[in-house]
Design a protein. Sequence first.
Length: 163
Amino acid sequence: KNEDFAQCVLIDGNSTDARLNGVEYIVSERIFATLPEDEKKFWHPHNFEILSGQLIGPGLPDIAEKELMRRKVNSYGKTWHLWMTDSHGKAGDALPIGEPHLAWSFNRDGEADPGMLQGRDRRFGVDSNAKRKERSNFSNLARTQRGTELLAAPAPLQPAPPQ
């Protein structure tokens, strides 16, 4: 793990019964630029997630999380959801069954279901709006990212490629 590459586990809560439901690989803008064109379509931009306060580092002290997010401005992620544990308030799967899903990022206000974000904030004890304000000074670091236009239509969630 370094400034150019990170690996993250995704969990659906912060309690003892939380479930690991995905993984995300994060690459710097520099590494993203070196990827083959046909690979880039699998990587989503992070700037809106960071600047909006939607991307969080659960369990990190506020100062450490803020510095992490500052360092990840202009990065890209490749996220695989392996277990559909919650479907916007509906019960998810009891076990990690089916194909993994490639996830995308929200890139504008209004794309994320407000109820989904409020539920996540409640489960993790965070305030996305406060994080947005705290991170507002990062906007001078952010450059336009590839992929931000893709959620003008429904998110390009796709099954895993055949192996």
